[in-house]
Design a protein around this ligand. Structure first.
Ligand SMILES: [Zn+2]
Length: 184
């Protein structure tokens, strides 16, 4: 279906046809860069303040070969995705009532996410570096380099990673977690 962007729906949106809950929405209304957005994200769109009409898509209806054509309204407030609504009136209300206090809340969420991702990145880099040292040590068990000797003594990976058939894959898996964003 080509490129798109994904919006996390929180709260989830209930399909008006079958009642299934959609927790994410694929849209072609932004720049289609496989980006991941949530409420409070600055979105890449020419709309600065207003409502973009999109189309709701239900996987359950699609699987059952059922028609499910409903407009979906993306509320954009000063380039920030403020809401995603099935109801046009509710979208208009959200556009009217969104204010700077909402912005402060989104900013706090965004900073928490930054801290979380920084921690994930550091953890992954640490494991990869340790794996790199492990490989170097295997290739050269008696290194001349004092720094390398020290690192080799200090750092070690858990046995389940070292003994795995594919240790690099085990490292990647150990740093993955259940989150839709992480699958992208
Ligand atoms: Zn449905």
């Amino acid at each position: 279906m080509g490129m798109f962007d994904t919006i996390a729906l929180d709260p989830a949106i209930r399909c008006p046809e079958c009642g299934a809950l959609a927790t994410s929405h694929q849209t072609k209304e932004f720049e289609c860069q496989m980006s991941y957005y949530r409420i409070g994200s600055v979105v890449a769109t020419s709309c600065y303040l207003g409502i973009v009409r999109d189309r709701f898509w239900c996987g359950a209806c699609q699987d059952a070969d059922r028609q499910s054509e409903h407009p979906l309204y993306l509320v954009i407030w000063h380039s920030v995705l403020a809401a995603v609504e099935l109801d046009a009136g509710e979208a208009e209300r959200k556009l009217r009532e969104t204010d700077r206090l909402d912005l402060v809340g989104w900013l706090a969420d965004s900073q928490r996410e930054t801290v979380r991702w920084r921690g994930k990145f550091r953890g992954l880099m640490s494991s990869l570096k340790t794996w790199q040292w492990h490989l170097r040590e295997k290739a050269n068990p008696e290194p001349e380099d004092e720094k390398l000797r020290l690192w080799s003594r200090l750092l070690s990976l858990p046995d389940e990673i070292l003994n795995a058939p594919d240790p690099l894959d085990a490292i990647i898996k150990s740093h993955s977690e259940e989150s839709p964003e992480d699958d992208l």
